[in-house]
Design a protein around this ligand. Structure first.
Ligand code: XIL
Length: 363
């Protein structure tokens, strides 16, 4: 299980079936999750497959209805991994209590299978992204445990063997103090051991999937990164099965972490024995941005892929969408920022795309 990306690359030097995933996870049994490598030798995906790197994108099922659309075309051609931006959150799969709806999630899984893509999944337990019936309720500890047990086992069993990594807990660490934050229905009803319980159940439900902790603003030497390290160490010391940390990486173009700092920070997580994924990369531009902004955006993207190639335990880079036509950035920034992705609104590649490609080419 613990071979390096380079060792795995040697092993899979012939037929590249499942190569990127095998190399990146170091787990031969996961190779079955990916079929053919990318077909277009100029695509990110083809180049990433050769380097043993998982390159993913978030996607939205309602945009994937026409297989011949530019959206689907780019998704299948450029990426070897998919993440459902919203469709695997509890608010989407269980809008009504006890009644699951997998239409969108299954659709995304089918697209991934058809295009030989790996799937990363988010999140099992989160203070946000919950249906109204859960958000507004006050559960007893037993009732809350029953709900998340049912949820984790239902999701992980349905997609067992098809998802290589799960974010089990999302955004559990707060801004105000050490340890897990007292936020959302699950913490409130269960208490701070909800995390350990959720990871144990996820491991039991799908023993082969890698289990991640995912959060924002932990991609630099922030107070929150230190708190997250402390908490992860505590959980790992008491045997909680956490395999990796997901760095969300929503960054404003002129406030990106310096590469040395970002690298040293990633190494701190690796020193705990964890893998690292960048899970939600986007690089926000201000309104009326200039050519220089686009250039700096390209540099910011390129640096992340460069770090991933340089650090064997940093195995996946997932962008939070790929076309500026569909992005959460304008909405979340109150329309102060936008244009954060690597293709423009007409699906034309931006400098960021070219910069990533040349990093993956090694030129
Ligand atoms: C966001 C989606 O991009 C939006 O479409 C949705 O309205 C809200 O959630 N951190 C996470 C993601 O872990 O799940 C969030 O996704 C972005 C921040």
């Amino acid at each position: 299980m613990n071979m390096s990306r380079r060792d795995a690359l040697k092993l899979s030097a012939t037929g590249l079936a499942g190569a990127a995933l095998v190399q990146a996870t170091g787990c031969a049994s996961l190779g079955r999750l990916m079929g053919k490598p990318g077909q277009d030798p100029n695509s990110l995906r083809y180049l990433a497959d050769k380097r043993g790197l998982i390159v993913g994108s978030a996607c939205a099922w309602h945009l994937m209805q026409d297989e011949n659309s530019p959206y689907c075309d780019i998704l299948g051609r450029e990426f070897n991994c998919l993440v459902a931006e919203n469709e695997m959150k509890m608010e989407a799969t269980q809008a009504e209590r006890g009644k699951y709806n997998f239409t969108a999630a299954d659709g995304i899984m089918a697209f991934a299978a058809k295009h030989d893509m790996a799937v990363r999944a988010i999140p099992m337990v989160w203070h946000d992204g919950n249906p109204d019936w859960a958000m507004n309720a006050t559960f007893s500890r037993e009732e809350a445990l029953e709900i998340i047990h049912d949820y984790i086992f239902t999701m992980a069993t349905r997609y067992k063997g098809k998802i290589f990594a799960w974010d089990v807990l999302n955004e559990g660490i707060g801004d105000d103090g050490p340890g897990l934050q007292d936020k959302g229905p699950w913490f409130k009803a269960i208490g701070k051991d909800y995390a350990q319980i959720a990871y144990n159940w996820a491991r039991e439900a799908d023993p082969d999937a890698e289990l991640f902790y995912n959060d924002f603003y932990i991609n630099r030497f922030s107070v929150k990164a230190q708190r997250t390290l402390d908490w992860l160490k505590e959980e790992l010391d008491r045997g909680t099965p956490i395999d990796g940390v997901g760095l969300q990486y929503h960054i404003q173009v002129d406030n990106r972490p310096k590469m040395q700092e970002a690298t040293d920070n990633i190494k701190r997580f690796i020193d705990l024995g964890l893998k690292v994924h960048v899970t939600e990369l986007d690089v926000w531009l201000p309104k009326n941005y200039t050519q220089e902004h686009l250039q700096r955006q390209a540099e910011a993207y390129a640096e992340v892929y460069e770090m991933a190639l340089a650090i064997p335990e940093f195995t996946a880079v997932v962008v939070w969408g790929f076309t500026d036509l569909h992005s959460w950035v304008p909405y979340t920034s109150g329309h102060s920022y936008d244009d954060a992705l690597m293709f423009d609104r007409q699906f034309k590649p931006k400098p960021a795309y070219e910069a990533i490609r040349s990093v993956l080419r090694g030129s």
